[in-house]
Write a protein that binds this ligand. Structure first.
Ligand SMILES: C[C@H](O)CC(=O)SCCNC(=O)CCNC(=O)[C@H](O)C(C)(C)COP(=O)(O)OP(=O)(O)OC[C@H]1O[C@@H](n2cnc3c(N)ncnc32)[C@H](O)[C@@H]1OP(=O)(O)O
Ligand SMILES: NC(=O)c1ccc[n+]([C@@H]2O[C@H](COP(=O)([O-])OP(=O)(O)OC[C@H]3O[C@@H](n4cnc5c(N)ncnc54)[C@H](O)[C@@H]3O)[C@@H](O)[C@H]2O)c1
Length: 312
């Protein structure tokens, strides 16, 4: 059990320091947009990271993008000392390995963070296989955008107390926020370990109950959906809505740029899940225009086209 193990390991320290000291080996599952970003920030913070994906090609792409993004960070951080910048990049990359076998990768993990597709069944299947093989002290966490952490945790009954939500924001290396979610069963040790781990990665953690969309997405996703409905009604073009929200409300991206950046597939998964769960909430109703884009494989930046075209 995490609680007893942590207490034994670091007798004499406060429980939160004890817990954070315990997280050294991190297994990140899902090498897409989010998983690759989390793997990068953990590796650059000195953690040993194994990035897992079912797809070897995805892992190759993730390694390339992590190396490129580390280069961006190094350029800024070591502006006047390029040799130190090179060392920083090499050090971070040395902390990173990849694997296509999640069970093997989880065997030596202190923290297993899942960032796979936003689908409860798929997440259940993954966590249920990991529960059997991960060390007893390992914390399991999900980066889900919209699903209930408690529902996800049901697939790992051995570690109800060591399960929580760690919700990062895209792009992970840049966005400072980390939402830390506890279920009614998450232990104080697990919660403290997650908070301390977030801080060690340079993030600003906030705490939230296990409610749909936590804080940011409960506000942001209905806003994105309303923007699509506005365009669907013919009230304005997507481009003009984006200009309006950037120049009139000070947002760094307009809602269509942001939906393309988050992924229209992920946005649809979130809305569909909530519509099923809360059928009376008009803000969560399905949107024809969004569904059409997804049906056409236009997921946004990651597929080269969404509301905008990104193909060169
Ligand atoms: C749905 C989910 O569950 C939850 C979510 O994630 S919701 C999405 C949350 N994210 C947002 O709202 C993002 C909104 N957009 C932004 O903040 C900005 O447009 C942006 C940071 C993405 C890009 O900023 P912008 O100024 O347009 O571009 P750019 O100049 O390339 O980048 C700004 C800085 O970030 C850095 N950067 C951008 N992407 C990066 C990356 N992937 N890795 C490392 N650094 C990166 C750049 O190097 C640059 O640094 P500098 O200013 O010190 O030179
Ligand atoms: N896109 C965002 O802006 C954003 C922000 C915060 C949280 N999230 C959440 O993070 C999670 C991942 O989102 P993403 O945008 O990175 O998705 P993505 O589609 O970019 O990446 C998902 C990756 O998971 C892999 N995968 C699927 N099933 C797997 C399995 N069983 N084992 C190992 N790998 C598997 C896929 O091959 C893919 O590479 C979702 O739960 C999403 O809701 C997304």
């Amino acid at each position: 059990m995490a609680t007893s193990l942590l207490k034994v390991c670091v007798r004499g320290f406060s429980s939160s320091a004890a817990a954070s000291a315990a997280i050294k080996n991190v297994t990140v599952i899902g090498g897409g947009l989010m998983g690759s970003g989390v793997a990068q920030v953990a590796a650059q913070a000195g953690q040993k990271v194994t990035l897992v994906d079912v797809n070897e090609k995805v892992l190759g792409k993730a390694k390339d993008s992590i190396a490129a993004n580390l280069g961006r960070v190094a350029k800024k951080k070591f502006k006047d000392a390029p040799a130190d910048g090179e060392k920083f990049v090499a050090g971070a990359l040395a902390n990173l390995s990849t694997n296509t076998d999640a069970c093997e990768a989880a065997k030596s993990a202190d923290l297993v963070l899942e960032a796979i597709v936003e689908d409860l069944k798929v997440k259940h299947k993954l966590f249920s296989s990991l529960d059997a093989v991960a060390p007893a002290h390992a914390i399991f966490a999900s980066n889900t955008s919209s699903l209930s952490i408690e529902e996800i945790s049901k697939a790992a009954p051995k570690r109800k107390e060591n399960f929580g939500g760690l919700h990062f924001f895209n792009p992970v290396p840049v966005m400072k926020l980390l939402e830390v979610i506890r279920t009614p069963f998450t232990s104080d040790e697990t919660y403290n370990a997650m908070m301390e781990w977030g801080k060690a990665l340079g993030k600003v953690p906030i705490t939230c109950r296990d409610t749909p969309g936590f804080v940011v997405n409960r506000l942001l996703v209905p806003y994105l959906a309303e923007a699509v409905r506005l365009v669907e009604r013919g009230d304005a073009s997507a481009r003009d809505v984006d200009i309006a929200m950037k120049l009139g409300a000070g947002y760094p991206m307009g809602p269509f740029e942001l939906a393309d950046y988050v992924g229209l597939d992920t946005t649809k998964f979130i809305l569909d899940g909530w519509a099923k769960k809360f059928p009376d909430q008009p803000l969560f109703k399905p949107i024809k225009l969004l569904n059409e884009k997804v049906a056409q494989g236009k997921f946004g930046v990651k597929t080269g086209e969404g509301f905008y075209n990104y193909k060169k």
